[in-house]
Design a protein around this ligand. Structure first.
Ligand SMILES: Cc1ncc(COP(=O)(O)O)c(C=O)c1O
Length: 342
């Protein structure tokens, strides 16, 4: 397979139009047949539900080239299931999980030339999404929708090693206790942008959002779940109904318990106890784990003992194991690696 001519190590995280994307429409109470298209433009009515009442959900996952040259994706079935949950929450018709996986297979196979080669650190980012195309003027769910899936090559998240980041405790809330925080809907991200821009303007890399009811417990950042490690190497994961159930975090918990033999606790984590942890990381598809070196709570600094130079020891082990599974150098649990037939 001839690859497109890109400087894979330096492509960054941006959008590049690739060859083909997948489209399926929902009309008259059912999903129509999907198709691959070269057309990257979306045309909708000025009165489409997405434009007024924000009925949109999405997913994010990656395709990789393994050491032995196979093209694989990581647990696409779990993204498919999560999208069903998001759809139900937004009163949208779920896209059938088996069709979601089939769309992933079709798009990756049709864009195989864009899947970065092994060893470059780059990957092919896949963005499945679904939105209301049907006309609505009164506030109610639309009756017509479109599911799409496109891909774009993205560069290595960490160039020259993972540098720990500094985050701040946000003054803003991301999600209400019984709200939409646990679903992957565009509206949650619109809500997080002001907080994100404010954090950046103040010199921080990310926000730590707290539970909005009591502002006592750690929730997540705008795009990743937290993972903490205690001084005696226990992995601690914040538990809350208003955070997105990260597939990376769930996979890391499995690795910690079943591959590395570590103890894991999933429980509410008070901001007050963060100063006692040894390591902190942010888990998500983009970076697998971004190490956090410092958390600033309104001028009060919490410096993690793992420091500002490198990942903590346990975080690094978790990271290496999950990356190894994704790149085919470590055998993962059954079903985690989904090979794409090109
Ligand atoms: C709010 C939020 N939390 C967590 C995550 C990490 O989830 P995943 O590991 O499934 O990418 C993401 C990214 O998708 C996110 O947007």
């Amino acid at each position: 397979m001839e690859k497109v001519d890109l400087d894979w190590g330096n492509i960054g995280f941006g959008y590049v139009k690739t060859d083909k994307r997948y489209v399926a429409d929902y009309k008259d109470g059912q999903w129509g047949e999907g198709r691959l298209t070269e057309d990257d433009k979306v045309t909708v009515s000025e009165c489409a539900g997405i434009l007024h009442y924000c009925q949109e959900i999405f997913e994010g996952l990656k395709a990789y080239t393994t050491k032995d040259g196979r093209i694989v994706t990581f647990r696409p079935d779990v993204n498919a299931e999560r999208m069903v949950g998001s759809a139900k929450w937004l009163e949208m018709p779920p896209f059938p999980p088996e069709r979601f996986v089939e769309a992933v297979e079709k798009v990756v196979a049709a864009n195989a030339a864009w899947v970065p080669p092994y060893g470059t650190g780059a990957s092919l980012y896949l963005r499945p999404y679904m939105f209301a195309t049907g006309i609505v003027i009164g506030v109610k769910p639309a009756t017509e929708y479109q599911f799409r899936l496109f891909c774009t090559p993205v560069g290595p998240y960490f160039k020259g090693g993972a540098k720990p980041i500094t985050i701040c405790v946000s003054d803003f809330d991301r999600a209400a206790p019984h709200g939409s925080g646990h679903v992957k809907a565009g509206l949650n991200y619109a809500m997080s942008l002001h907080a994100y821009v404010t954090a950046h303007a103040n010199g921080f890399d990310e926000n730590m959002f707290l539970d909005s009811a009591t502002r006592t417990y750690v929730e997540e950042t705008g795009g990743a779940n937290f993972l903490f490690v205690t001084k005696d190497k226990k992995v601690v994961i914040p538990k809350s109904n208003s955070i997105l159930p990260s597939i990376t975090r769930r996979s890391l918990v499995h690795i910690a318990e079943h591959i590395l033999g570590l103890k894991v606790e999933e429980r509410p984590v008070a901001l007050e106890e963060v100063k006692d942890f040894a390591e902190c990381g942010l888990c998500g598809t983009a970076a697998v784990i971004s190490p956090v070196g410092k958390i600033v709570d309104h001028g009060k600094e919490i410096c993690l003992p793992s420091g500002m130079e490198k990942m903590g020891e346990v975080t690094q082990e978790l990271y290496d194991t999950l990356r190894g599974i994704q790149l085919g150098t470590i055998e993962g649990p059954e079903g985690w690696i989904h090979e794409i037939k090109v």
